[in-house]
Design a protein around this ligand. Sequence first.
Ligand code: PMP
Length: 367
Amino acid sequence: ERLATPAVRALRAYDPGHDLVALRARFAPAALVELGANENAYGPSPAARAAVLDVLNTLHRYPDPTGAALKARIARAQELDPAGVVLGNGSHELLMLIAQAFATPGTEVVASRYGFAVYALAAQAVGATLRLADALPPAHAMPLGHDLDALAAAVGPMTRIVYLANPNNPTGTWFPRAALERFLGRVPGEVLVVVDEAYAEFVDDPAAGSAVPLLAAHPNLVVTRTFSKAYALAGLRVGYALAHPQLAAVLERLRESFNVNSAAQAAALAALDDDAHLAWVVERNAEERAALAAALSARGLRVLPSQTNFLLVDFGRDTAALEPRLVAQGVVVRPVGGYGLPHCLRISVGTRDENRRLLAVLDGVLA
Ligand code: PMP
């Protein structure tokens, strides 16, 4: 401990919320409703599963260290140069690498108050100072969402990186591309703007819009994506960053040579070829999300708007006593007290059956 760098000594390990291994041992699979990690309730493309089985014959080989085939496929889908694609062991790794490459002790990293927790971790890991911008107020049409004016105002001479999520976790909120464009116009070109689009495939508000079309005009912009959410490959750990090729080359120097394993590369490639499965997942999720939001609202709970596969639910009172009672009955949701939202729980959208079970257990607990 004493020999670690000051930045690392100040770090706390990531808190996954629950001991899922213990819970899986305690409950029969059908009795456990896991809605705590924003995983995809519908599963990956059958083609992705088949691709993983094929890889079993070549497990003694290292993966392609360049990930060339997957990068080319991603580049084709996004209409970008493959040299502007970086693969990561989940997008989490890429968010950390960006901090490693661009921030040092004494510099600042800017994020929104309820921004995804990894941004703070990334800043702290390299000893940079985290500066949090106020979020939009609870009464705003996009409650607790990113306030891009406040974020721009928080950028100072020592700022090296701004992390934004669109949509954001744990709030589920989003911002229009036009607002991002204005933001990019206000932020100096030396500041890296990282737009985390982990949930982009779920977005159906046409105004929201991905940041990808802005990459060509903004060499300081990085967009991160993942196969963990809409593509349902969380267990394989694969994500990617899109950026100007020179910026991508910097991250390429830092990443571990074989950071994306062979099963992950094969599955991601197959998943990208199965548009029909993705469309089906996104449609099912939107339907269940609307139904679950309506059912929770009907119980007098405040549900924040969401363009993701989860809902932030405001119970109007501290949820610290309530949440363990859900877990005791096999319903796992995510406490967000660590985000300063002790009166809220984050609930992933499950299958119709899972959502029904959640509501039944919740009714018992709220009674
Ligand atoms: N960004 C956001 C906003 C997320 O919610 C998550 C996962 N919870 C990630 C990034 C990281 O996902 P992964 O490392 O699985 O790609």
